[in-house]
Design a protein around this ligand. Structure first.
Ligand code: P6P
Length: 335
């Protein structure tokens, strides 16, 4: 008889016992993310059949045209997380400022805040390319029972309690860590259940896939250009492949499974690059490091960067440890 995979719900309970999430609050929080992911997955998979694609007609704080599904996903995650009395605050790519959640009795005694990109890569929806949700969970640092402040959100990535992503692709997967390794769960849409499909995910120290938007090549610093020439050298080293989906979750997920490096370097018109530290780079840095990889801004470890703004951007190099270190070598040598 085929070995039945453990469900995400069973896994969360087992981990709570093994690693003692004290109040069960974190377990309830991850369960709520699971529910929201199922709801968004169902809608993403209908894109094109219902009037849910295309632009929402507004711009977010990033100056990016919001897609209807961006707004939908943001509403679903916020509504699911706020209505279960498990959080005291939420920061989202789609909201200019963070959301302070007062408890039902107005004195919110919950201790976690979530930072999220509810639907990353949504401009790819119309062309049926995988998109994703990215989340990062911190324990608040200001006194419990008081309204959250920016201090609760502007924490270094090393203080994350949990981080994860959902990829809405050929199948929907939820991949997350609470600091004891990385595990991946695949949604069986017929049952509406996530099953453990990728236990204890590890990224190889070396890989042969590099992911970058080479359209920006002329705007890269000399060190990044030198590293890309190194990647293309198939004489003095094994041949690499260039793979760039243009959807962060899909590109990093592929590299998690096959090895590789994802890069979004700074460019002349934007030296900090495009990706946001708090709800894109930090969560992926935590996940990739937990899987044995590395994540830096080309010089510094991503999770050691002191945040200064909810939506700040940083250059991002993430994936197989030796590949990230080789990129850092070229960048440092060119300084
Ligand atoms: P570019 C999507 O908008 C996103 O934030 C990431 O998902 C993706 O990796 C990146 O931007 C693509 O940016 O400039 O290469 O189109």
């Amino acid at each position: 008889m085929e070995q039945r995979h453990i469900t995400l719900g069973e896994f969360i309970i087992k981990r709570q016992e093994d690693f003692g999430y004290s109040s069960g609050e974190l377990s309830r929080l991850i369960n709520s993310i699971r529910l929201a992911a199922k709801i968004v997955s169902q809608k993403v998979n209908q894109a094109g059949l219902v009037d849910i694609t295309g632009s929402f007609g507004k711009e977010n704080i990033q100056g990016e045209v919001q897609q209807k599904l961006d707004v939908y996903a943001n509403d679903v995650f916020i509504e699911t997380l706020v209505n279960r009395d498990i959080l005291c605050g939420i920061g989202s790519e789609e909201n200019d400022d963070f959301i302070s959640i007062s408890g039902n009795d107005k004195s919110n005694t919950n201790k976690y805040v979530v930072l999220m990109d509810p639907l990353d890569g949504s401009s790819n929806i119309d062309v049926n390319v995988s998109v994703g949700t990215i989340f990062s969970i911190f324990r608040r640092v200001t006194p419990i029972g008081t309204p959250v402040t920016s201090e609760d959100f502007l924490q270094k990535g090393i203080h994350q309690v949990a981080a994860g992503y959902v990829i809405y692709g050929s199948s929907t997967m939820l991949v997350y860590t609470t600091g004891n390794g990385v595990n991946g769960f695949t949604l069986d849409p017929a049952l509406g259940t996530f099953f453990l499909s990728h236990p204890n995910m590890k990224i190889t120290d070396d890989g042969s896939i590099y992911s970058v938007n080479e359209g920006n090549y002329n705007q890269f610093c000399d060190g990044v250009k030198a590293y890309l020439e190194y990647c293309k050298d198939d004489v003095s080293k094994k041949q690499y492949s260039s793979r760039y989906i243009g959807s962060l979750v899909a590109d990093v997920h592929r590299n998690m499974l096959k090895g590789g490096i994802y890069m979004y370097p700074g460019i002349k018109k934007n030296p900090s690059g495009k990706l946001r530290l708090l709800y894109e780079c930090n969560p992926f840095a935590y996940i990739v490091e937990q899987a044995g990889g590395k994540a830096s801004d080309g010089v510094n470890r991503i999770m050691e960067i002191e945040p200064t703004d909810l939506h700040q951007r940083v250059p991002f190099f993430c994936g197989s440890k030796n590949m990230v270190e080789k990129a850092e070598e070229f960048i440092k040598a060119s300084k």
